[in-house]
Design a binder for this molecule. Structure first.
Ligand code: FAD
Ligand code: SF4
Ligand code: SF4
Ligand code: SF4
Length: 491
């Protein structure tokens, strides 16, 4: 071999070694090829740049499907996910800018009803005691409407203690803030969810006539981490139907994917719902929200990223950092340094929230409550339009995922347009298949199903094991899907 010739075997080995090195470094992270498929490719935002295939030895670019294809065993290292230009993986993009972070908890015995570590209430106590604020805007329970939030102006430490705890519903905090400024309070601490904080941030930074207000008062913003909030008009009646007496409830919290409800000061919740089962009670705005950690606040406080009865705290402004550190110095709270935060769990959750901007279009939910026999139980089908035969036989026009809720005897079907273009005037037919007979057909028409848009169907089933037939015919393209899917209980 001459001096200028390259030994390709050596080069390949070097690349393989560096790939192994990065894989090792990313071990234990939850990013993977599956996430790339779900968040970027199936969400329809892939730019077809091919980077994912270029960086991984077991991925290659599939020109027919116009997407990456696995040709070997995926280790789940997530290199493809992290290198994709469409994913949001940078910590600053995910959590916003901050001066520093802490894990914190209260040292005040009276903060017994603090939601997590009681840090927010303790900071308010410190601010009142030190005469740094003359009022605060908090959210307490409405005395006239059980467990409904009521934003209010408070002027004492005692009132801060009484307002501790979280109510998982929208609160009109900005209204109370404006009242506080009009009432001539000059230094105000404002506690709110990221969307509340954004409203104040916008007023301060893009005033459009709000100048007169914000020249009159200093507003310190304390933001709460927030994944979602719920509509009390629909959530609470459901709780009551399940036998929960809201008058007896002393706390609600969200932990590890569960919404827990507590009576008295017991450790165990009286009822726990999976967050998934409460999806339909979620405020619609939260489906479009991308800020988990109140990125525009002076101080942000949440529970994810720290242990039980603790808080994760970010100080984003110099003022915020000084307040947290002085409150700790004066004994109101205990703080541990930034590296005490479980940053991976925080990044993972923040990522889920950031990608909601991509997946929001999939959140249309059609729910079948009663299936019934209909005279026109068949749909008129026609063959696939000739010009599309090759493309639709290679790419599946429709893909269906199923999930059986064994307790409720509901088969959850997510039907997605994977054709890569809008399917017009679709007619869906879903029917239970009993031997050769079909029963309980459900038929619906959908004017347009956009690329990668999904419809979700809750199809009631009689038995825990069986089959359903799913058919889809487009008026323009003909029969685009027909399959009998088997379902059975999880082993
Ligand atoms: C709607 C909502 C969703 C949340 N989701 C998450 C999440 O997904 N992950 C996470 O880590 N943390 C979440 N939190 C924050 C968490 O519940 C705690 O508020 C936070 O950890 C601070 O805990 P703490 O012990 O310091 O609170 P505390 O010392 O008990 O103080 C809580 C403060 O929150 C105020 N407050 C209560 N309800 C509301 C409301 N609806 N709007 C505005 N202010 C309110 C109270 O006035 C009080 O001052 C959420 C909070 C809310 C309100
Ligand atoms: S092995 Fe390849 S496909 Fe699997 S996660 Fe890593 S980079 Fe992605
Ligand atoms: S790197 Fe991302 S955008 Fe580029 S082809 Fe792969 S999935 Fe698509
Ligand atoms: S998820 Fe977003 S919109 Fe919904 S309450 Fe939280 S911050 Fe507000």
């Amino acid at each position: 071999m001459t001096e200028n010739e390259v030994n390709t075997e050596d080069v390949e080995t070097k690349y393989q070694l560096s790939f192994d090195f990065i894989q090792k470094k990313l071990e234990g992270k939850k990013d993977s090829y599956g996430m790339l498929m779900k968040e970027i490719i199936r969400a329809g935002i892939c730019t077809e740049c091919g980077t994912c295939a270029a960086v991984c030895p077991v991925l290659e670019w599939d020109p027919i499907m116009a997407q990456p294809k696995l040709i070997g065993k995926c280790t789940g290292c997530g290199i493809c996910y992290n290198q994709c230009p469409r994913t949001i993986t940078d910590p600053i993009q995910l959590l916003g800018e901050s001066i520093t972070g802490y894990v914190a908890n209260t040292n005040i015995p009276e903060v017994i009803r603090g939601q997590d570590g009681g840090t927010v209430t303790s900071l308010l106590c410190y601010l009142f005691d030190e005469h740094l604020i003359d009022a605060a805007v908090v959210t307490a329970k409405d005395p006239k409407n059980t467990w409904h939030p009521k934003a209010k102006i408070i002027t004492s430490k005692q009132e801060a203690l009484e307002a501790s705890g979280s109510i998982y519903c929208h609160s009109q905090t900005v209204d109370a803030l404006m009242d506080a400024i009009r009432a001539d309070y000059h230094s105000i601490a404002f506690v709110g969810t990221p969307c509340n904080i954004d409203a104040v941030y916008k007023m301060k930074n893009s005033p459009h006539g709000m100048l007169k207000y914000f020249m009159r008062a200093n507003v310190l913003t304390i933001g709460l981490f927030c994944m979602d909030s719920f509509s009390p008009e629909t959530l609470y009646p459901m709780f009551q139907k399940d036998g929960i007496d809201l008058e007896k409830v002393i706390k609600m919290d969200i932990n590890k994917g569960k919404f827990n409800i507590y009576y008295a000061d017991k450790e165990e919740p009286v009822k726990a719902y999976t967050i998934r089962s409460l999806h339909k009670f979620k405020s619609s705005s939260c489906n479009f929200c991308t800020d988990l950690t109140a990125e525009n606040a002076d101080i942000s406080v949440g529970s994810v990223g720290s242990g039980p009865k603790k808080n994760t705290v970010f100080a984003r402004s110099a003022l915020g950092a000084e307040i947290v550190e002085d409150a700790a110095k004066k004994g109101y709270i205990t703080i541990e340094p930034y590296n005490a935060i479980n940053i991976n769990s925080l990044l993972f959750l923040a990522k889920l929230k950031k990608v909601s901007q991509y997946t929001a279009q999939k959140r249309k939910v059609y729910i079948v409550r009663d299936v019934y026999e209909r005279k026109e139980a068949r749909i008129k089908t026609k063959p696939i339009a000739e010009e599309l035969t090759s493309i639709l036989t290679t790419r599946r026009a429709i893909s269906v995922t199923k999930n059986l809720d064994e307790k409720a005897k509901i088969l959850y079907l997510t039907i997605t347009n994977t054709a890569g273009f809008t399917l017009d005037n679709l007619q869906f037919r879903i029917a239970a298949v009993d031997e050769v007979f079909e029963r309980q057909p459900w038929i619906t028409n959908i004017k347009e199903l956009f690329p990668y848009e999904s419809i979700e169907v809750e199809y009631p089933v009689e038995a825990l094991e069986g089959s359903v037939l799913i058919e889809a015919t487009s008026e323009v393209y003909g029969k685009v899907y027909s399959k009998t899917l088997k379902y059975e209980p999880k082993k």
